[in-house]
Design a protein. Sequence first.
Length: 384
Amino acid sequence: MFLNRPTMREQNENLIIEYIANHKPSSRMEISDKIGLNKASVSEIVKNLLNRHFIEEIGSGESTVQGGRRPIMLQLNKKAGFVLSIDLGYNYIDILGCYLNGESWERKLYPFRDISRSSIVSDLKLIITDFMKHAPETVYGLTGITVAIHGMVFENAIYFTPYYDLQDLPIAEALSEHFDVPVFLENEANLLALADHACTDTLHNIISVSVHSGVGAGIILDDQLYRGEKGLSGEIGHMVVVPNGLSCPCGNHGCLEQYCSEKVLLDHYRHRTGNAEAIIPDICHAYHNGEQPAVQLIHEMIQYMAIAMNNIAMLYNPETIFINSEVSRLIPSFADKIQQQLSSFIADKVKVRQSILGEKAILFGGAALATMNFLNISRMRLEP
Ligand SMILES: [Zn+2]
């Protein structure tokens, strides 16, 4: 049975859309040269894509060195449709609407929500329906939804969530049936990695590390998200960094998460200063002022992060490790200080950088996932 195998023409069409999505603007000649398809075939497929409004013509480019007519340039039609990206936090719901080029048209945060197993599906239906009232006019309308889950996800199913009880709840099926579009559930750290990846066209192997209440990582190898056998790749919070160290709910001892999550940093700072109301910006402010114990606690956090980043560098040989956390956003030298401690001749080639997108990264990763699915491509450059 070969009924579902894409035809050669469909494969060529996908190659052309992917090229146009990543190279703006592009000409028919350039596409033909770069993907190795003859000009007549490119012209025919481009004509078809124009008729279906996936791409658009945007005037003339530079004429070729041989002179002659200036080529008509092409780009993705951002208004062919739109996607929704939802971050299902432990006590909030954040929703972003994006055109097909990643440009956002609206974002709305619902803070202090009770994320409950019994009501989350109906809550999401109401929130999405309300949000869609402001949706722009597009050719195909809503084309996909991604929901970021702060927990473990495999094959579009939730199978462990430490902060809310959503295990095995068929959220994707319920929303997909209601809105009649594909719905993707994905781990938030994986979405961070997709977002960091979509902001560059030169990096092919990256690790995006998120340090929040826990510590996790999304892994992109050869431009593909690497999920592992059961979707458990990147659980670096449970990498052992201290032999026989502090016990961890995972059943092990000395896990990274017990030493350098933002929760641990806050707990230690509040305990040592007696300020039970302290929040992360207070610690970073005290750090900038050279005050103890903030300086010592941040220094220790950097030490443990450096051990973990060294281990990651040895395992995956990434070009760049991106750090996503409130601490690293508020202390711009945080990533550099980790980098300085990667001193081995293997690890010192790896760059450690603050994530480009900041606090919007999870949502942009979700938008990238839904958009790439709609266009049936595996890489795209977003324009957040
Ligand atoms: Zn652990």
